[in-house]
Design a binder for this molecule. Structure first.
Ligand SMILES: Nc1ncnc2c1ncn2[C@@H]1O[C@H](COP(=O)(O)OP(=O)(O)OP(=O)(O)O)[C@@H](O)[C@H]1O
Ligand SMILES: [Mg+2]
Length: 427
């Protein structure tokens, strides 16, 4: 079993005009000590994938499909509510609803008797919500008198995702979510750490940067205050920050310095997994190389796994065993880096990278493909890439492609994956 398992992950954002399908059915694995590059044009869902793993999605982002497991522990699972509904057998929850109705009625009476003196606006809203809720429940309960048990069961199952079961399932789901959140808080930084694309907000502005890292070491690794300070000094040296910066506040750091401090923080607790989202973009090229080499050495030494998100294909070539190419929320090509570099099976990858540089080749950023990435709140039909794909056929407009394993550990999401892999479709 792999250390990190992402299975058919779907993350959607709620927005005013509907939803953005930022990650839409992504699956990959990462083993201990392994490095994977996650590559793709801006807005294809890379950071969202990282935030889903670290449970740092913004309030309007939800895992709506699939699951994430880390060391076999569930970090996210979309179908929890449904599972709960199944668990709540009808026979068990019918009496519960009756009790609930009774309680609500009593509460409502008490509320009315007491009057709405304190904060009338709020109480009124509350009262009307409670009243609506009661009305709905009563309506469902009234079926009990009118229907045969089998019929009732059907109706209730029909409305299983609706108000009533939803209410219980929601509460159960929230409870489970809370439990997962607590577990995650215990392992964030110590087992899974993240270098953020924007290092701006990673540190608390009112504390010294060095103290924040020392605090994490002190809490998670039981280091004494002096040992923690010593380790912070080592880490600062490692990422090329001068020792006197330890006493600095975040606002006194430049963007590049903050990013380096962020890297120090991510490495501090020897996590099992580091997710590095464009870790070196704010740094100059010399610093980029030095830091990447350091990260790589440390990672090897500590046997840490790393997911590195970048636009720079040469970075991926240097440090990764695996590569995942994303486009429009989908995983277009995924697997062993040598196989994909030597023989891509996906037109998007080929378009994106031109001819791949050799593994030891010169620095190369992504090439731009004519057209622009899709609007993920209204993605194209069939294959999301079809409007920009040179090989697009009718089937690509009509049907979502399958993901095909063209050779061992090499997967491609394309109707013509086999043909591209066999070199029958030339770019
Ligand atoms: N809070 C949000 N609300 C609504 N949509 C969002 C939100 N955050 C991201 N998105 C959308 O989700 C999609 C994926 O965004 P994401 O940040 O994951 O892309 P990315 O691959 O990391 O891009 P980049 O290379 O620019 O960092 C984009 O279409 C983006 O506009
Ligand atoms: Mg991003």
């Amino acid at each position: 079993m792999a250390m990190l398992e992402i299975k058919d992950l779907k993350v959607h954002f709620e927005i005013l005009k509907g939803k953005v399908k930022a990650v839409d059915g992504v699956s990959f694995n990462l083993d201990r000590g392994e490095t994977m590059g996650l590559v793709g044009e801006s807005g294809c869902g890379k950071t969202t994938t990282a935030f889903a793993i670290t449970r740092l999605l913004p309030y309007n982002g939800h895992v709506v499909g699939g699951e994430i497991l880390f060391d076999n522990m569930v970090l996210a699972r979309a179908d929890m509510a449904t599972e709960m509904i199944e668990l709540l057998e009808l026979s068990k929850w019918l009496p519960k609803i009756e009790t609930l109705v009774q309680n609500k009625e009593n509460a409502l009476k008490a509320f009315e008797a007491k009057g709405l003196d304190e904060s009338p606006g709020e109480s009124e809203i509350l009262l009307s919500q409670e009243a609506d809720f009661l009305k709905d429940i009563k309506e469902i309960l009234s079926y009990k008198e009118k229907m045969e048990p089998e019929e009732l069961k059907e109706v209730l199952q029909e409305s299983a995702k609706g108000e009533v079961t939803g209410f219980f399932a929601d509460r159960r789901k929230r409870k489970i979510e809370r439990e997962i959140e607590e577990k995650m808080a215990a392992i964030r930084w110590s087992q899974i750490s993240m270098i953020f694309q924007s290092a701006m907000n990673a540190f608390n502005p009112v504390y010294r940067v060095g103290d924040q890292i020392a605090e994490a070491l002190h809490t998670h690794q039981n280091l004494s205050k002096d040992e923690a300070k010593q380790r912070v000094a080592e880490l600062f040296d490692l990422v090329g920050l001068r020792a006197e910066r330890i006493k600095g506040y975040p606002h006194e750091f430049s963007g590049g310095m903050r990013q380096r401090a962020m890297i120090a923080m991510a490495l501090a607790l020897n996590p099992k997994l580091i997710i590095a989202d464009e870790p070196t973009t704010a740094l100059d090229v010399i610093m980029q190389d030095r830091i990447l080499a350091e990260i790589r050495d440390l990672q090897k030494e500590m046997h840490m796994a790393m997911m590195i998100i970048t636009h720079d294909i040469s970075v991926v070539a240097e440090v990764s065993e695996k590569i995942a190419i994303m486009y429009g929320g989908k995983l277009f090509e995924y697997g062993d880096i040598v196989s994909i570099f030597e023989n891509s099976a996906n037109p998007y990858t080929i378009g994106l990278t031109g001819a791949f540089p050799s593994i030891k080749g010169e620095r190369k950023t992504l090439r731009s493909i004519p057209g622009s990435p899709p609007d993920l709140s209204n993605p194209p039909s069939g294959c999301v890439f079809h409007p920009r794909c040179r090989f697009a056929q009718d089937i690509c407009k009509e049907k979502e492609p399958p993901t095909i394993e063209v050779t061992k550990d090499h997967h491609s999401y394309c109707h013509f994956a086999e043909e591209v892999f066999a070199g029958k479709l030339k770019v």
